[in-house]
Ligand binder design. Structure first.
Ligand SMILES: Cc1cc2nc3c(=O)[nH]c(=O)nc-3n(C[C@H](O)[C@H](O)[C@H](O)COP(=O)(O)OP(=O)(O)OC[C@H]3O[C@@H](n4cnc5c(N)ncnc54)[C@H](O)[C@@H]3O)c2cc1C
Length: 428
């Protein structure tokens, strides 16, 4: 459905893409708003690890774009993947066609970074998308089933040993969730695995877990993970993973079938954008108004952008949901004021702080304002629960997630452990 002559095309319907599309539509911006995403749904990455460990259902943290943006006559959704941009022709090439734009907004986030190691890319289990989370859940559950079926002790140990590479919030959260699974569910559901070790290792190249957070948060997280029986190895990189062996830089080898990869991300390079427009982490260099360097009408938002003009963040902003949301909100305002011929406002990130959950009743929170700068334990956990609940996309997802969390909290269990896989016959 096309109402206007101009097409504002947004690539990627994550935090930034959804926010700017919604704000432009609500502000009456005089342009068709075309959202393109390779999936037909938005999802909430901070809770992926709960889907991966069977504590939340996919539908709790995702929502279809077409339903979300219904009833806007100037909105159009197109499922497709951006491959190339032709700035001279104001044209984008998708995997399933091409479109022309008046303004292009790139909000494609990041993908897992394997630092060029093909073995790790091929054999490890990433956790970046809904498909990753479902695959990880299926794999964990299948490995436990296999462990119940083998008498080969070495094989069984490999099936029930988990190595998490990356001690950032995602690595800490997934290690914590695996420990909950071991403590509260394993022996109830898999009595055959009584006395079988279920080892969890967390490895990071930096000297601490939760590197971007305060020292108090790092210490609390380290102590909590150790108390939960998680083996932590810091200051050591995972170098390789082949033949069911994780090779660590200090020479240690861990035999396992399960290497979970949360060790890094990188942005995506699109053909057609000048090479000089890409900076560290392949992020698109943008000015204070999120316009991509060397382009006229192309903008980049969120994780895929690198802005060094914000005085408090000369190396660029952290790749966080709030940065993406705030940049998107300001760009929608700036596009509106620009259309009226008024002057635009440069972006300044309002950093409210950061949090990470470790396990039931244990979390850490660092705040930037107020008299208390650091919380941990139950109170931080409670803040984490409410912040994440209120950040979900709509009331339906908030209510269903709340219900699943309450169920899991009071029963210390959750019945979402079905192995459901697609049949290759149905793939396209
Ligand atoms: C497991 C995990 C946990 C996290 N936890 C937290 C947290 O607790 N707090 C926090 O602040 N941040 C967290 N983050 C980071 C946060 O999710 C990102 O900062 C945020 O999602 C960035 O928003 P974005 O809009 O830039 O990109 P995204 O939200 O990643 O959205 C990108 C969108 O682009 C689409 N896309 C990608 N490539 C293409 C293409 N070529 N063509 C079409 N569509 C494409 C994708 O399908 C996706 O919908 C977490 C991230 C992960 C992976």
């Amino acid at each position: 459905m096309k109402k206007y002559k101009e097409n504002t095309i947004i690539i990627g319907g994550g935090f930034a893409g959804i926010e700017i599309a919604e704000k432009l539509l609500k502000s009456g911006y005089q342009s068709n708003i075309i959202l393109i995403d390779k999936n037909n749904y938005n999802f909430f990455p901070p809770l992926l690890y709960q889907v991966a460990t069977g504590f939340l259902d996919v539908s709790n943290i995702s929502y279809p774009f077409r339903k979300f943006f219904r009833n806007h006559p100037n909105f159009l959704f197109r499922m497709g993947e951006l491959l190339e941009i032709k700035p001279q022709e104001n044209k984008i090439i998708l995997n399933n066609g091409e479109l022309t734009y008046s303004k292009l907004i790139i909000a494609t986030g990041t993908v897992s970074n394997y630092f060029g190691n093909e073995n790790i890319q091929r054999n490890s289990l990433p956790m970046k998308t809904i498909v990753d989370a479902i695959s990880l859940k299926n794999t964990i559950l299948e490995r436990l089933e296999k462990a119940t079926q083998t008498d080969d002790l070495e094989e069984r140990k490999k099936l029930t040993t988990f190595v998490v590479a990356g001690g950032g919030p995602t690595g800490v959260e997934i290690a914590g969730m695996l420990s909950e699974l071991r403590k509260n569910i394993l022996l109830k559901d898999y009595p055959e695995l009584n006395n079988v070790p279920f080892d969890i290792h967390l490895i990071d190249g930096l000297p601490t877990v939760l590197a971007p957070m305060s020292k108090a948060s790092q210490q609390y997280a380290t102590d909590s993970l150790k108390k939960m029986g998680i083996d932590i190895k810091l200051g050591q990189l995972v170098k390789d993973y082949a033949d069911d062996i994780v090779y660590i830089a200090d020479g240690t080898q861990i035999k396992t079938k399960n290497l979970l990869w949360t060790a890094g991300v990188t942005a995506i390079v699109f053909k057609g954008i000048p090479e000089a427009s890409y900076g560290k982490g392949k992020r698109l260099i943008v000015d204070a108004y999120n316009k991509v360097a060397g382009t006229e009408n192309i903008y980049a938002l969120g994780d895929t952008s690198l802005m060094t003009a914000d005085p408090a963040f000369p190396q660029g902003h952290p790749q966080l949901a709030q940065v993406a949301i705030q940049q998107a909100a300001l760009l929608s305002k700036n596009l509106n004021v620009e259309a009226k011929g008024n002057s635009q406002k440069p972006f300044v990130y309002n950093d409210k702080g950061s949090m990470a959950i470790i396990s039931r009743n244990r979390a850490v929170a660092d705040l930037t304002a107020g008299p208390f700068k650091h919380f941990n334990g139950f109170f931080a956990w409670l803040i984490w629960v409410f912040v994440h609940l209120f950040s979900l996309i709509n009331l339906r997802n908030k209510i269903t997630t709340f219900f699943n969390w309450m169920n899991a909290y009071f029963t210390k269990d959750q019945p979402l452990r079905m192995i459901v896989k697609s049949d290759p016959r149905y793939e396209n």
